[in-house]
Design a protein around this ligand. Structure first.
Ligand code: ADP
Length: 168
């Protein structure tokens, strides 16, 4: 069985990596699907985000990285995969996620592949990590020449390097 793990991944963190690996154990194969959203201006463009993800999962034979644009339910039809994986860090994620899960289920009821969303609870040691906070911290730490120890605990070394290059 396969599942799609969609997101912005701007950039990939150890929180994302944990969810992808745990869900790959449950479903057998995970497609990490990076949303290419023309309405948002990410720090890392779609090719950079995919390259960092591919590097992060280079040893994981059951995890693939792709990009998609448009509606997730349409991408799910294209792939023939009806299971979506998302991670939950706390009540804010639950509140944000529920309407998307309901919309995706409703939008797909008439389609060949009905889409259901399955949630994995964050690993407590990683539940405080978000791409946006990592970027906020990196934007101060790297230009100031401060220690990046906290960043190294949130993202893989290749992402630290990419963040340093963006902010220095
Ligand atoms: P979004 O897709 O909302 O733009 P992200 O790309 O950052 O957000 O995250 C993709 C998915 O990974 C979401 O389901 C999010 O809740 C989850 N996630 C992000 N960070 C973590 C973490 N530290 N632990 C567990 N899940 C996480």
């Amino acid at each position: 069985m396969s599942a799609i793990y969609p997101g912005s991944f701007d950039p990939v963190t150890y929180g994302h990596i944990d969810i992808a690996r745990r869900s790959a154990k449950v479903f057998g194969r995970i497609i990490v699907a990076v949303l290419d959203n023309p309405d948002k201006t990410p720090l890392f463009d779609i090719n950079e985000r995919m390259a960092l993800l591919r590097e992060a999962f280079s040893q994981d034979t059951n995890i693939e990285v792709e990009s998609f644009s448009g509606l997730l339910v349409d991408y799910a039809q294209q792939k023939g995969i009806g299971t979506i994986v998302r991670g939950l860090r706390g009540s804010e994620d639950i509140a944000k996620e529920m309407p998307y899960a309901i919309w995706n289920r409703k939008l797909s009821t008439e389609l060949a592949i009905p889409v259901e969303t399955v949630y994995f609870t964050a690993e407590p040691d990683l539940a405080h990590i978000s791409s946006s906070i990592v970027k906020e911290v990196a934007a101060f730490v790297y230009p100031a020449g401060m220690s990046d120890t906290e960043i190294t605990q949130a993202v893989p070394p290749i992402v630290c390097t990419a963040l340093r290059e963006k902010y220095i």
